[in-house]
Design a protein. Structure first.
Length: 159
C-alpha cells in the first residue's frame, strides 16, 4: 500500500559535523553504532536484524522512554518498529534506505525513502537527510525534531 499523492511530503534536515565522511559512513554500517546515535532523543533502540549491504534489510524497534508518551507508538502503545532496505550504499558519500513502519494504522502505510548525503566541507562533513513520501501520520513538526535529534547525536557520536 502506498501513500496517496496528496498525503506525500518531503522532509529535509542538514548539519555540518566535525568528522570525516568515512567516520560518519562507518556509523551507518555498524548496528552497535546505530543504537548510540540513531534513536531520537527520548527513545531507545533495539536492533532486530541488520544486513548493511545493497539489498540488505534491517529491522529496528524504537521505544519511547517517557511512559507519559504512551499512545504515540506506531506499532504498539510505546514502540515503533521499522523495517528498512539498504537501496544504495556509496561508501563515504550516500546511504539510501526504503523504510516501512510496522503499523496497522493506514496513516503510517507506505514506504518512505531516506537519502543521507555526506559532503566534505572545510569544517568536516555536511550531512543532509532527505525523506521522501513521509507517511501522513508522521507530523512534520515531530519529524523535524527527530531528524535534528538524530543529526545532533550522530555528531556527538562521531566528533
Amino acid at each position: 500500500m502506498t501513500n496517496s499523492p496528496e498525503a506525500r511530503r518531503t522532509d529535509r534536515a542538514s548539519k555540518v559535523l566535525k568528522a570525516s565522511p568515512h567516520t560518519i559512513y562507518q556509523a551507518f554500517v555498524d548496528p552497535e553504532a546505530w543504537l548510540q546515535w540513531l534513536p531520537p532523543d527520548g527513545m531507545e533502540g533495539r536492533i532486530l536484524a541488520f544486513d548493511a549491504r545493497e539489498g540488505g534489510v534491517y529491522r529496528m524497534a524504537l521505544t519511547y522512554l517517557d511512559r507519559g508518551q504512551a499512545g504515540r507508538g506506531k506499532t504498539s502503545e510505546d514502540t515503533d518498529v521499522v523495517e528498512g532496505t539498504f537501496v544504495r550504499l556509496i561508501p563515504d558519500e550516500r546511504i539510501v534506505q526504503r523504510v516501512v513502519f510496522d503499523s496497522d494504522d493506514p496513516a503510517f502505510a507506505g514506504a518512505m525513502t531516506m537519502t543521507w548525503s555526506l559532503e566534505p566541507v572545510p569544517e568536516g562533513t555536511r550531512v543532509t537527510i532527505v525523506c521522501e513520501d513521509v507517511p501522513a501520520g508522521i507530523r512534520k513538526e515531530d519529524h523535524d525534531v527527530g531528524l535534528r535529534s538524530s543529526l545532533d547525536q550522530l555528531g556527538a557520536f562521531t566528533e
